[in-house]
Ligand binder design. Sequence first.
Ligand code: ATP
Length: 474
Amino acid sequence: MRKKFDQIVALCKRRGFIFQSSEIYGGLGATYDYGPMGAELKRNVRDAWWRHMVYGHDNIEGLDSAILMHPAVWKASGHVDAFHDPLIDDKVSKRRYRADLLIEGHIERLKAKGKDDQANQVHASYVAALNSDDLCKALHAVIMENEIRGPDSGAFDWTKVRQFNMMFETSLGAVASEDSSIYLRPETAQGIFVNFQNVLNTSRVKIPFGIAQVGKAFRNEIVARQFIFRMREFEQMEMQYFVRPGTQMEAYEHWRERRWNWHMANGINESHLRWHVHEKPAHYADAAVDIQYKFPIGWQEVEGIHSRTDYDLSRHQAYSSRKLQVFDTQRRERYVPFVVETSAGLDRTVLMLICEAYDQDHRGGASRTVLRFAPVLAPIRAAVFPLVRRDGMPERARAMYETLRARWRVAYDERGSIGKRYRRMDEVGTPLCITIDSETMDGHGATVRNRDTLEQVRVDDSQMEAYIVAVSGS
Ligand code: ATP
Protein backbone atom coordinates (compact mmCIF):
# COMPACT_ATOMS: atom_id res chain seq x y z
CA MET A 1 0.00 0.00 0.00
CA ARG A 2 2.87 2.33 0.84
CA LYS A 3 4.17 1.57 -2.67
CA LYS A 4 0.90 2.77 -4.15
CA PHE A 5 1.16 5.95 -2.11
CA ASP A 6 4.70 6.55 -3.38
CA GLN A 7 3.50 6.02 -6.96
CA ILE A 8 0.74 8.56 -6.41
CA VAL A 9 3.18 11.10 -4.98
CA ALA A 10 5.48 10.56 -7.99
CA LEU A 11 2.58 10.96 -10.43
CA CYS A 12 1.50 14.18 -8.69
CA LYS A 13 4.92 15.65 -9.30
CA ARG A 14 5.40 14.25 -12.83
CA ARG A 15 2.09 15.52 -14.09
CA GLY A 16 2.05 18.88 -12.35
CA PHE A 17 -0.46 18.28 -9.57
CA ILE A 18 1.63 18.95 -6.48
CA PHE A 19 5.17 20.22 -5.88
CA GLN A 20 7.09 20.69 -2.69
CA SER A 21 7.09 24.32 -1.63
CA SER A 22 10.35 26.22 -2.33
CA GLU A 23 11.75 23.08 -3.89
CA ILE A 24 14.78 24.81 -5.45
CA TYR A 25 15.90 25.70 -1.92
CA GLY A 26 15.48 22.16 -0.64
CA GLY A 27 11.81 22.53 0.25
CA LEU A 28 10.00 23.66 3.39
CA GLY A 29 8.61 20.93 5.61
CA ALA A 30 4.95 20.05 5.21
CA THR A 31 4.13 22.86 2.80
CA TYR A 32 3.20 22.18 -0.80
CA ASP A 33 2.33 24.04 -3.98
CA TYR A 34 -0.33 23.04 -6.46
CA GLY A 35 0.86 22.90 -10.05
CA PRO A 36 -1.28 23.52 -13.15
CA MET A 37 -3.28 20.28 -12.83
CA GLY A 38 -3.53 20.42 -9.04
CA ALA A 39 -4.74 24.01 -9.09
CA GLU A 40 -7.59 23.05 -11.47
CA LEU A 41 -8.54 19.97 -9.46
CA LYS A 42 -8.53 21.89 -6.18
CA ARG A 43 -10.67 24.67 -7.69
CA ASN A 44 -13.17 22.14 -8.98
CA VAL A 45 -13.45 20.50 -5.56
CA ARG A 46 -13.79 23.85 -3.81
CA ASP A 47 -16.46 24.94 -6.31
CA ALA A 48 -18.34 21.64 -5.96
CA TRP A 49 -18.41 22.07 -2.18
CA TRP A 50 -19.51 25.70 -2.42
CA ARG A 51 -22.22 24.91 -4.95
CA HIS A 52 -23.50 22.06 -2.84
CA MET A 53 -23.42 23.86 0.50
CA VAL A 54 -24.25 27.47 -0.38
CA TYR A 55 -26.24 27.34 -3.64
CA GLY A 56 -27.84 24.02 -2.70
CA HIS A 57 -29.43 25.26 0.55
CA ASP A 58 -31.66 28.28 0.87
CA ASN A 59 -30.57 28.84 4.47
CA ILE A 60 -26.79 28.78 4.07
CA GLU A 61 -24.80 31.94 3.35
CA GLY A 62 -21.16 32.20 2.28
CA LEU A 63 -18.39 34.16 3.99
CA ASP A 64 -14.75 35.02 3.28
CA SER A 65 -13.17 36.27 6.49
CA ALA A 66 -9.59 37.44 7.09
CA ILE A 67 -6.81 35.08 8.10
CA LEU A 68 -5.52 37.59 10.65
CA MET A 69 -7.90 38.22 13.51
CA HIS A 70 -7.92 40.06 16.82
CA PRO A 71 -5.81 38.06 19.31
CA ALA A 72 -8.74 37.97 21.75
CA VAL A 73 -10.51 35.63 19.31
CA TRP A 74 -8.02 32.87 20.12
CA LYS A 75 -8.25 33.52 23.85
CA ALA A 76 -12.02 33.22 23.68
CA SER A 77 -11.95 30.15 21.45
CA GLY A 78 -9.59 28.37 23.84
CA HIS A 79 -6.80 27.98 21.27
CA VAL A 80 -4.23 29.99 23.25
CA ASP A 81 -4.64 27.77 26.30
CA ALA A 82 -5.53 24.44 24.80
CA PHE A 83 -4.53 24.01 21.15
CA HIS A 84 -1.77 21.61 22.03
CA ASP A 85 -0.38 18.35 20.78
CA PRO A 86 1.37 15.92 23.11
CA LEU A 87 4.85 15.28 21.70
CA ILE A 88 7.49 12.68 22.31
CA ASP A 89 11.00 12.29 20.84
CA ASP A 90 12.73 9.11 19.80
CA LYS A 91 16.26 9.62 21.16
CA VAL A 92 17.75 7.22 18.61
CA SER A 93 16.26 8.51 15.35
CA LYS A 94 15.86 12.07 16.75
CA ARG A 95 12.40 12.07 15.24
CA ARG A 96 9.44 13.63 16.97
CA TYR A 97 6.00 12.05 17.19
CA ARG A 98 2.56 12.82 18.49
CA ALA A 99 2.14 10.52 21.48
CA ASP A 100 -1.58 9.98 20.87
CA LEU A 101 -1.05 8.99 17.21
CA LEU A 102 1.78 6.65 18.21
CA ILE A 103 -0.57 4.74 20.52
CA GLU A 104 -3.41 4.73 17.97
CA GLY A 105 -0.99 3.30 15.38
CA HIS A 106 0.05 0.59 17.84
CA ILE A 107 -3.61 -0.36 18.44
CA GLU A 108 -4.28 -0.55 14.67
CA ARG A 109 -1.24 -2.81 14.19
CA LEU A 110 -2.37 -5.16 16.95
CA LYS A 111 -5.81 -5.37 15.34
CA ALA A 112 -4.29 -6.06 11.93
CA LYS A 113 -2.38 -8.97 13.50
CA GLY A 114 -5.62 -10.37 14.95
CA LYS A 115 -4.54 -9.59 18.53
CA ASP A 116 -7.90 -8.10 19.42
CA ASP A 117 -7.74 -8.71 23.17
CA GLN A 118 -4.42 -6.95 23.50
CA ALA A 119 -5.65 -4.12 21.24
CA ASN A 120 -8.69 -3.66 23.47
CA GLN A 121 -6.53 -3.52 26.57
CA VAL A 122 -4.26 -0.84 25.11
CA HIS A 123 -7.31 1.02 23.89
CA ALA A 124 -8.82 1.03 27.38
CA SER A 125 -5.66 2.44 28.95
CA TYR A 126 -5.40 4.98 26.10
CA VAL A 127 -8.93 6.28 26.73
CA ALA A 128 -8.17 6.46 30.48
CA ALA A 129 -5.01 8.46 29.66
CA LEU A 130 -6.97 10.90 27.47
CA ASN A 131 -9.28 11.54 30.40
CA SER A 132 -6.59 11.82 33.05
CA ASP A 133 -5.60 15.11 34.69
CA ASP A 134 -2.00 14.78 33.58
CA LEU A 135 -2.29 13.86 29.91
CA CYS A 136 1.45 13.89 29.19
CA LYS A 137 2.34 11.59 32.05
CA ALA A 138 -0.53 9.23 31.31
CA LEU A 139 0.28 8.92 27.58
CA HIS A 140 3.93 8.36 28.41
CA ALA A 141 2.94 5.55 30.78
CA VAL A 142 0.88 3.83 28.05
CA ILE A 143 3.86 3.97 25.65
CA MET A 144 6.19 2.56 28.31
CA GLU A 145 3.84 -0.17 29.55
CA ASN A 146 3.21 -1.43 26.04
CA GLU A 147 6.80 -1.05 24.89
CA ILE A 148 5.74 0.92 21.82
CA ARG A 149 8.77 1.33 19.62
CA GLY A 150 9.89 4.17 17.35
CA PRO A 151 8.27 3.64 13.94
CA ASP A 152 11.44 4.70 12.12
CA SER A 153 14.21 3.33 14.34
CA GLY A 154 12.51 0.36 15.99
CA ALA A 155 14.14 1.62 19.20
CA PHE A 156 12.54 1.93 22.61
CA ASP A 157 14.27 5.02 23.92
CA TRP A 158 11.83 7.87 24.45
CA THR A 159 11.91 11.29 26.03
CA LYS A 160 9.06 12.49 28.21
CA VAL A 161 5.81 13.69 26.61
CA ARG A 162 5.45 17.48 26.37
CA GLN A 163 2.68 19.78 25.21
CA PHE A 164 3.28 22.01 22.23
CA ASN A 165 1.02 24.84 20.99
CA MET A 166 0.40 24.55 17.27
CA MET A 167 -0.50 28.13 16.43
CA PHE A 168 1.87 30.23 14.33
CA GLU A 169 2.53 33.52 16.03
CA THR A 170 3.62 36.74 14.38
CA SER A 171 3.41 40.40 15.22
CA LEU A 172 1.35 43.20 13.83
CA GLY A 173 2.96 46.44 12.69
CA ALA A 174 6.54 47.64 13.05
CA VAL A 175 7.26 47.16 16.74
CA ALA A 176 7.17 43.68 18.12
CA SER A 177 5.88 43.59 21.67
CA GLU A 178 3.63 41.30 23.58
CA ASP A 179 0.61 43.45 22.75
CA SER A 180 1.25 43.20 19.02
CA SER A 181 1.31 39.39 18.96
CA ILE A 182 -1.19 37.86 16.62
CA TYR A 183 -1.77 34.40 15.19
CA LEU A 184 -2.31 32.89 11.78
CA ARG A 185 -5.72 31.27 12.14
CA PRO A 186 -5.56 27.55 12.90
CA GLU A 187 -9.14 27.04 11.66
CA THR A 188 -11.63 29.02 9.60
CA ALA A 189 -14.53 28.44 12.01
CA GLN A 190 -13.76 31.36 14.33
CA GLY A 191 -14.16 33.82 11.44
CA ILE A 192 -17.69 32.50 11.11
CA PHE A 193 -18.50 32.80 14.82
CA VAL A 194 -17.31 36.38 15.09
CA ASN A 195 -19.35 37.33 12.00
CA PHE A 196 -22.44 35.49 13.17
CA GLN A 197 -24.33 38.68 14.07
CA ASN A 198 -23.21 40.50 10.89
CA VAL A 199 -24.55 37.77 8.64
CA LEU A 200 -27.76 37.51 10.64
CA ASN A 201 -28.34 41.27 10.40
CA THR A 202 -27.57 41.60 6.71
CA SER A 203 -29.22 38.57 5.15
CA ARG A 204 -32.71 37.10 5.25
CA VAL A 205 -31.76 33.96 7.17
CA LYS A 206 -33.72 32.77 10.18
CA ILE A 207 -32.76 30.06 12.62
CA PRO A 208 -31.86 27.32 11.70
CA PHE A 209 -29.25 28.61 9.26
CA GLY A 210 -25.66 28.04 8.28
CA ILE A 211 -22.58 30.07 7.32
CA ALA A 212 -20.00 28.46 5.05
CA GLN A 213 -16.47 29.40 4.16
CA VAL A 214 -13.42 28.00 2.45
CA GLY A 215 -9.99 29.31 3.32
CA LYS A 216 -6.47 28.84 4.54
CA ALA A 217 -5.62 27.62 8.01
CA PHE A 218 -2.17 27.21 9.59
CA ARG A 219 -0.94 24.71 12.15
CA ASN A 220 2.61 24.09 13.24
CA GLU A 221 2.19 20.33 12.86
CA ILE A 222 4.83 18.07 14.27
CA VAL A 223 4.13 14.84 12.48
CA ALA A 224 4.35 16.08 8.94
CA ARG A 225 5.57 13.27 6.77
CA GLN A 226 2.43 12.35 4.89
CA PHE A 227 2.49 14.50 1.76
CA ILE A 228 -0.54 16.82 1.60
CA PHE A 229 -2.39 14.77 4.20
CA ARG A 230 -0.90 16.83 7.00
CA MET A 231 0.41 20.27 6.13
CA ARG A 232 1.37 23.36 8.04
CA GLU A 233 -0.60 25.56 5.63
CA PHE A 234 -3.81 24.05 4.29
CA GLU A 235 -7.37 24.87 3.34
CA GLN A 236 -10.56 24.04 5.16
CA MET A 237 -14.14 23.95 3.94
CA GLU A 238 -16.25 24.62 7.00
CA MET A 239 -19.92 25.24 7.67
CA GLN A 240 -21.39 26.19 11.03
CA TYR A 241 -25.08 25.47 11.33
CA PHE A 242 -26.91 27.46 14.01
CA VAL A 243 -29.91 25.80 15.64
CA ARG A 244 -32.26 26.13 18.58
CA PRO A 245 -30.84 24.48 21.73
CA GLY A 246 -32.35 21.02 22.05
CA THR A 247 -32.60 20.44 18.28
CA GLN A 248 -28.88 19.90 17.70
CA MET A 249 -29.03 16.11 17.49
CA GLU A 250 -31.51 16.26 14.61
CA ALA A 251 -29.20 18.65 12.76
CA TYR A 252 -26.19 16.50 13.61
CA GLU A 253 -27.78 13.39 12.10
CA HIS A 254 -28.92 15.37 9.08
CA TRP A 255 -25.43 16.74 8.35
CA ARG A 256 -23.75 13.41 8.92
CA GLU A 257 -25.87 11.94 6.18
CA ARG A 258 -25.48 14.92 3.79
CA ARG A 259 -21.72 15.01 4.12
CA TRP A 260 -21.30 11.25 3.68
CA ASN A 261 -23.43 11.40 0.54
CA TRP A 262 -21.46 14.32 -0.86
CA HIS A 263 -18.25 12.32 -0.80
CA MET A 264 -20.02 9.44 -2.53
CA ALA A 265 -21.42 11.78 -5.16
CA ASN A 266 -17.82 12.74 -5.96
CA GLY A 267 -17.09 9.14 -6.84
CA ILE A 268 -15.78 7.75 -3.53
CA ASN A 269 -16.67 4.09 -3.12
CA GLU A 270 -18.70 3.65 0.06
CA SER A 271 -16.53 0.74 1.19
CA HIS A 272 -13.60 3.18 1.38
CA LEU A 273 -15.39 5.39 3.92
CA ARG A 274 -16.08 4.76 7.58
CA TRP A 275 -17.24 6.60 10.68
CA HIS A 276 -14.82 7.19 13.51
CA VAL A 277 -16.30 8.28 16.80
CA HIS A 278 -13.99 10.56 18.82
CA GLU A 279 -12.33 8.84 21.77
CA LYS A 280 -12.53 12.03 23.71
CA PRO A 281 -14.68 14.78 22.19
CA ALA A 282 -13.75 18.32 23.24
CA HIS A 283 -15.23 19.04 26.65
CA TYR A 284 -17.90 21.34 25.17
CA ALA A 285 -18.99 19.00 22.34
CA ASP A 286 -22.03 16.80 22.91
CA ALA A 287 -21.34 14.62 19.86
CA ALA A 288 -18.45 14.35 17.40
CA VAL A 289 -17.64 11.98 14.60
CA ASP A 290 -15.14 11.87 11.74
CA ILE A 291 -15.50 10.57 8.22
CA GLN A 292 -12.38 8.54 7.51
CA TYR A 293 -11.10 7.40 4.14
CA LYS A 294 -9.06 4.30 3.43
CA PHE A 295 -5.89 6.02 2.19
CA PRO A 296 -3.01 3.81 1.01
CA ILE A 297 -1.34 4.92 4.28
CA GLY A 298 -4.31 3.64 6.32
CA TRP A 299 -7.68 4.89 7.51
CA GLN A 300 -7.47 8.62 8.16
CA GLU A 301 -9.79 11.54 8.83
CA VAL A 302 -11.08 13.69 5.99
CA GLU A 303 -13.92 15.55 7.65
CA GLY A 304 -15.34 16.06 11.12
CA ILE A 305 -18.98 16.62 12.05
CA HIS A 306 -19.22 18.13 15.51
CA SER A 307 -22.05 19.27 17.71
CA ARG A 308 -20.38 22.14 19.58
CA THR A 309 -23.28 23.32 21.79
CA ASP A 310 -23.28 27.09 22.45
CA TYR A 311 -19.64 27.01 23.55
CA ASP A 312 -18.12 29.24 20.86
CA LEU A 313 -20.81 31.90 20.68
CA SER A 314 -21.11 32.08 24.47
CA ARG A 315 -17.37 32.48 24.88
CA HIS A 316 -17.22 35.24 22.24
CA GLN A 317 -20.21 36.87 23.87
CA ALA A 318 -18.41 36.87 27.22
CA TYR A 319 -15.05 38.06 25.84
CA SER A 320 -16.43 40.74 23.49
CA SER A 321 -19.34 41.88 25.68
CA ARG A 322 -21.49 41.84 22.53
CA LYS A 323 -24.74 39.94 22.34
CA LEU A 324 -24.49 36.97 19.99
CA GLN A 325 -28.07 35.78 20.04
CA VAL A 326 -31.10 35.28 17.86
CA PHE A 327 -34.68 36.24 18.45
CA ASP A 328 -36.74 33.22 17.48
CA THR A 329 -39.91 34.78 16.06
CA GLN A 330 -41.83 31.51 16.05
CA ARG A 331 -41.22 30.76 19.70
CA ARG A 332 -40.91 34.38 20.77
CA GLU A 333 -37.71 33.81 22.69
CA ARG A 334 -34.13 34.98 22.58
CA TYR A 335 -31.18 32.62 22.93
CA VAL A 336 -27.59 31.83 22.02
CA PRO A 337 -27.91 29.18 19.29
CA PHE A 338 -26.24 25.79 19.39
CA VAL A 339 -23.88 24.90 16.57
CA VAL A 340 -23.37 21.81 14.46
CA GLU A 341 -20.31 22.11 12.25
CA THR A 342 -19.06 20.24 9.22
CA SER A 343 -15.32 20.70 8.86
CA ALA A 344 -13.54 19.20 5.87
CA GLY A 345 -9.97 19.61 4.68
CA LEU A 346 -9.84 20.74 1.05
CA ASP A 347 -6.35 19.33 0.53
CA ARG A 348 -7.24 16.06 2.21
CA THR A 349 -10.33 15.80 0.02
CA VAL A 350 -8.11 16.38 -3.03
CA LEU A 351 -5.68 13.69 -1.86
CA MET A 352 -8.57 11.30 -1.24
CA LEU A 353 -9.94 11.93 -4.74
CA ILE A 354 -6.52 11.33 -6.32
CA CYS A 355 -6.05 8.08 -4.34
CA GLU A 356 -9.55 6.92 -5.27
CA ALA A 357 -9.08 7.83 -8.94
CA TYR A 358 -5.64 6.23 -9.29
CA ASP A 359 -5.68 3.07 -11.37
CA GLN A 360 -3.40 1.03 -13.56
CA ASP A 361 -4.99 -1.13 -16.20
CA HIS A 362 -3.85 -3.42 -18.97
CA ARG A 363 -6.11 -3.25 -21.99
CA GLY A 364 -5.33 -4.51 -25.47
CA GLY A 365 -1.81 -5.54 -24.47
CA ALA A 366 -0.82 -2.07 -23.22
CA SER A 367 -0.64 -0.87 -19.63
CA ARG A 368 -1.49 2.61 -18.57
CA THR A 369 -1.89 4.77 -15.47
CA VAL A 370 -5.22 6.51 -15.34
CA LEU A 371 -6.93 8.85 -12.92
CA ARG A 372 -10.65 8.07 -13.00
CA PHE A 373 -11.93 11.35 -11.60
CA ALA A 374 -15.63 12.14 -11.69
CA PRO A 375 -15.69 14.15 -14.96
CA VAL A 376 -16.91 17.41 -13.37
CA LEU A 377 -13.90 17.38 -11.01
CA ALA A 378 -11.26 16.45 -13.61
CA PRO A 379 -8.62 19.19 -14.14
CA ILE A 380 -9.15 19.07 -17.91
CA ARG A 381 -12.60 18.28 -19.24
CA ALA A 382 -11.59 17.41 -22.79
CA ALA A 383 -8.50 17.40 -25.01
CA VAL A 384 -8.51 18.17 -28.73
CA PHE A 385 -5.91 16.64 -31.06
CA PRO A 386 -5.28 16.87 -34.79
CA LEU A 387 -4.31 13.35 -35.88
CA VAL A 388 -1.43 14.76 -37.96
CA ARG A 389 0.09 18.21 -38.34
CA ARG A 390 -1.09 18.76 -41.92
CA ASP A 391 -4.07 18.68 -44.30
CA GLY A 392 -5.89 21.41 -42.35
CA MET A 393 -6.33 19.22 -39.27
CA PRO A 394 -4.47 21.53 -36.83
CA GLU A 395 -6.61 24.52 -37.91
CA ARG A 396 -9.81 22.57 -37.55
CA ALA A 397 -8.74 21.19 -34.16
CA ARG A 398 -7.74 24.65 -32.90
CA ALA A 399 -11.11 26.04 -33.95
CA MET A 400 -12.87 23.38 -31.92
CA TYR A 401 -10.53 23.98 -28.99
CA GLU A 402 -11.30 27.73 -29.10
CA THR A 403 -15.03 27.05 -28.98
CA LEU A 404 -14.88 24.56 -26.13
CA ARG A 405 -12.48 26.50 -23.94
CA ALA A 406 -14.99 29.30 -23.56
CA ARG A 407 -16.84 26.89 -21.31
CA TRP A 408 -14.35 24.40 -19.84
CA ARG A 409 -10.66 23.91 -19.22
CA VAL A 410 -9.72 22.17 -22.47
CA ALA A 411 -6.27 21.07 -23.69
CA TYR A 412 -4.86 21.23 -27.21
CA ASP A 413 -2.02 18.88 -28.12
CA GLU A 414 -0.47 18.11 -31.49
CA ARG A 415 2.87 16.66 -30.33
CA GLY A 416 3.81 12.98 -30.32
CA SER A 417 1.95 9.90 -31.43
CA ILE A 418 -1.78 9.76 -30.76
CA GLY A 419 -1.15 6.90 -28.29
CA LYS A 420 1.25 9.03 -26.26
CA ARG A 421 -1.19 11.91 -26.24
CA TYR A 422 -3.90 9.61 -24.90
CA ARG A 423 -1.55 8.36 -22.15
CA ARG A 424 -0.72 11.91 -21.09
CA MET A 425 -4.40 12.73 -20.78
CA ASP A 426 -5.18 9.46 -18.95
CA GLU A 427 -2.55 10.33 -16.37
CA VAL A 428 -4.25 13.60 -15.51
CA GLY A 429 -7.72 12.08 -15.70
CA THR A 430 -9.15 13.84 -18.77
CA PRO A 431 -12.50 12.12 -19.45
CA LEU A 432 -12.71 12.77 -23.21
CA CYS A 433 -10.17 13.06 -26.04
CA ILE A 434 -11.37 14.45 -29.34
CA THR A 435 -9.35 13.69 -32.47
CA ILE A 436 -9.69 15.47 -35.79
CA ASP A 437 -8.75 12.96 -38.51
CA SER A 438 -9.24 12.61 -42.23
CA GLU A 439 -12.80 11.37 -41.81
CA THR A 440 -13.57 14.50 -39.82
CA MET A 441 -12.23 16.52 -42.74
CA ASP A 442 -14.56 14.55 -45.02
CA GLY A 443 -17.55 15.59 -42.90
CA HIS A 444 -18.00 12.52 -40.69
CA GLY A 445 -17.42 14.18 -37.32
CA ALA A 446 -14.55 13.94 -34.87
CA THR A 447 -13.53 10.81 -32.95
CA VAL A 448 -14.27 11.06 -29.24
CA ARG A 449 -12.48 8.55 -27.05
CA ASN A 450 -13.77 7.79 -23.56
CA ARG A 451 -11.11 7.56 -20.80
CA ASP A 452 -12.83 4.75 -18.91
CA THR A 453 -14.45 2.56 -21.56
CA LEU A 454 -11.90 3.38 -24.30
CA GLU A 455 -14.86 3.40 -26.64
CA GLN A 456 -14.62 5.71 -29.63
CA VAL A 457 -17.61 7.40 -31.22
CA ARG A 458 -18.00 9.94 -33.99
CA VAL A 459 -19.55 13.24 -33.02
CA ASP A 460 -20.37 16.11 -35.34
CA ASP A 461 -18.68 19.47 -34.49
CA SER A 462 -22.04 21.12 -34.01
CA GLN A 463 -23.05 18.47 -31.43
CA MET A 464 -19.78 18.42 -29.50
CA GLU A 465 -20.80 20.67 -26.57
CA ALA A 466 -24.07 18.81 -26.10
CA TYR A 467 -22.20 15.49 -26.23
CA ILE A 468 -19.67 16.61 -23.57
CA VAL A 469 -22.51 17.73 -21.30
CA ALA A 470 -24.36 14.45 -21.85
CA VAL A 471 -21.44 12.25 -20.91
CA SER A 472 -19.58 14.40 -18.39
CA GLY A 473 -22.00 16.94 -16.90
CA SER A 474 -22.35 20.67 -17.46
P1 ATP B 1 -6.04 15.51 12.85
O1 ATP B 1 -6.57 14.69 13.99
O2 ATP B 1 -5.78 14.72 11.61
O3 ATP B 1 -4.88 16.40 13.25
P2 ATP B 1 -8.08 17.39 13.47
O4 ATP B 1 -9.08 16.51 14.14
O5 ATP B 1 -7.18 18.25 14.29
O6 ATP B 1 -7.19 16.51 12.45
P3 ATP B 1 -9.96 19.36 12.70
O7 ATP B 1 -9.43 20.38 13.63
O8 ATP B 1 -11.27 18.70 13.02
O9 ATP B 1 -8.83 18.27 12.42
O10 ATP B 1 -10.00 20.00 11.24
C1 ATP B 1 -10.99 19.68 10.28
C2 ATP B 1 -10.39 19.15 9.01
O11 ATP B 1 -9.32 19.96 8.56
C3 ATP B 1 -9.79 17.75 9.16
O12 ATP B 1 -10.77 16.76 9.02
C4 ATP B 1 -8.81 17.72 8.01
O13 ATP B 1 -9.45 17.34 6.81
C5 ATP B 1 -8.37 19.17 7.88
N1 ATP B 1 -7.04 19.33 8.50
C6 ATP B 1 -6.76 19.51 9.81
N2 ATP B 1 -5.44 19.62 9.99
C7 ATP B 1 -4.86 19.52 8.76
C8 ATP B 1 -3.51 19.57 8.28
N3 ATP B 1 -2.51 19.76 9.12
N4 ATP B 1 -3.30 19.41 6.96
C9 ATP B 1 -4.32 19.21 6.10
N5 ATP B 1 -5.61 19.17 6.50
C10 ATP B 1 -5.88 19.32 7.81
